[in-house]
Design a protein around this ligand. Structure first.
Ligand code: CDV
Length: 305
């Protein structure tokens, strides 16, 4: 008997700076209701789902910076997501800016969580490939200061088993790196959940702007196929604070085929009935790691220097 799972990708339209958490969470709840009505068992939201993509600004005021970060999860404003998901019996995943306070001070991460259908956090992932720059750069039309706001995650990609399926999490820029998917697959992941915020304009190489859509699907479809993974890529899309963000939310089968895709850049739910056992079509054949992979011939890949 094949393991089948209805997975929903809950694309979000733009979050403006003036939108309150309560308003944004309400939109997420509306998407959750729709997805559950259509039979979703897992609902996936984008990176930094609770706020606008604030790394586009160089902010100096500590209190203002703090306003974009969560110090507890769930907190009072996010609890409704956990409560409603539990009532509906759905699992979910979303990204947020996380501030971790400890005795020596605090650390900030770009984080994503996986929550099981009883509303327990089953997996927490902190973005490993933190892109952009760490200082204000005046020549840019807008900043990409992720390296200023976030530390890279210190934990490896890992997996959690919920809904009888091995899930792994990654965040936005991670999806462009082949190592992300290979690490996940080697660790037994069957489904990769990846939220993103991708501006259509890439300031360091604007001649590639027209390739944003192509590169988005290229890397996720290749990652899915070359590692025998289901991949769920979920955008925060549309015109956010004057910055156009890519849509193209999609669900990709282990064959690399897109089986569902959003057709807007606003709040939109797409779903697919995913036969999780299809990972074997790839992993027991063309990419049977044990039989065909030659790690002893790839020393440069794992070299840390
Ligand atoms: N949020 C992101 O990680 N965005 C990056 C940048 C480089 C545009 C991305 O890879 O889409």
């Amino acid at each position: 008997m094949n393991r089948e799972l209805v997975i929903a990708a809950a694309q979000m339209g733009p979050n403006q700076r003036s939108d309150s958490r309560t308003q944004i969470v309400q939109r997420m709840l509306d998407l959750m209701e729709k997805a559950a009505r259509c039979g979703a068992e897992m609902i996936v939201y984008p990176e930094l789902a609770l706020t606008t993509f604030f790394p586009r600004w160089y902010l100096k005021d500590a209190a203002e910076i703090d306003s974009f970060f969560e110090t507890e999860m769930p907190g009072p404003e996010t609890q409704p997501l956990f409560t409603r998901a539990r009532q509906l019996g759905v699992a979910f995943s979303f990204g947020f800016a996380e501030k971790v306070e400890h005795l020596g001070g605090s650390e900030r991460f770009n984080t994503s969580i996986l929550v099981d259908k009883d509303s327990n956090i089953a997996l927490r992932y902190r973005k490993i490939h933190v892109p952009g720059h760490s200082q204000y750069e005046s020549w840019r039309p807008f900043q990409h200061l992720e390296k200023f706001y976030f530390k890279p995650g210190k934990d490896y990609f890992s997996t959690a088993r919920i809904l009888n399926t091995e899930f792994s999490l990654a965040i936005c820029n991670d999806r462009r790196w082949p190592e992300t998917y290979r690490e996940m697959a080697l660790r037994g992941a069957e489904v990769a959940l990846i939220g993103y915020n991708t501006p259509m304009h890439y300031a360091p190489m604007p001649s590639h702007d027209h390739l944003q859509s192509f590169h988005n699907h290229l890397c996720m479809q290749a990652g899915a196929y070359q590692n025998g993974l289901w991949v769920v890529g979920v955008a925060k899309a549309g015109l956010e604070e004057g910055c156009q963000l890519l849509g193209q939310t999609c669900i990709i089968a282990p064959t690399g085929e897109i089986v569902a895709q959003a057709s807007s850049t606003g709040d939109e739910v797409i779903l697919a009935l995913c036969n999780i056992d299809r990972v074997k079509e790839i992993r027991e054949n063309v990419f049977n790691f044990e039989h065909h992979r030659r790690p002893e011939m790839y020393p440069m890949i794992s070299a840390t220097h």
